[in-house]
Write a new protein. Structure first.
Length: 119
């Protein structure tokens, strides 16, 4: 199971760090991805970290502002979000990939955490 946390209300330009804690699975053995969804719109992939630590960022709009990382000792994956913009407002989800490397196939979705960027 996955549990995402760390969302909240932040002003434009601010920062948040999202956490994805796992139980029953070792995140270092699988890819883990962050996704986001605005109600009424399609879910979009944000970033992914493979079991070997290789990272990808699916959205050009977050490159240079968001950083995905993993703490193997805590079995958790993080998404550090800096220079937040109102368009980053969404529910953020984490999910486990079906394999070791990042791909388009994910399972075991967390419950989501709401990020609101507003002044």
């Amino acid at each position: 199971q996955l549990q995402a946390s760390g969302g909240g209300l932040v002003q434009p330009g601010g920062s948040l760090r999202l956490s994805c804690a796992a139980s029953g699975v070792t995140l270092a053995e699988r890819a883990t991805g962050w996704f986001r969804q605005v109600p009424g719109k399609a879910r979009e992939g944000v970033s992914c970290i493979s079991g070997n630590g290789f990272t990808i960022y699916d959205l050009d709009s977050v490159k240079g502002r968001f950083t995905i990382s993993r703490d193997n000792a805590k079995n958790a994956v993080y998404l550090q979000m800096n220079s937040l913009k109102p368009e980053d407002t969404a529910i953020y989800y984490c999910a486990i990939g079906i394999g070791y490397y990042c791909s388009r196939n994910f399972e075991s979705w967390g419950q989501g955490t709401l990020v609101t960027v507003s002044s």
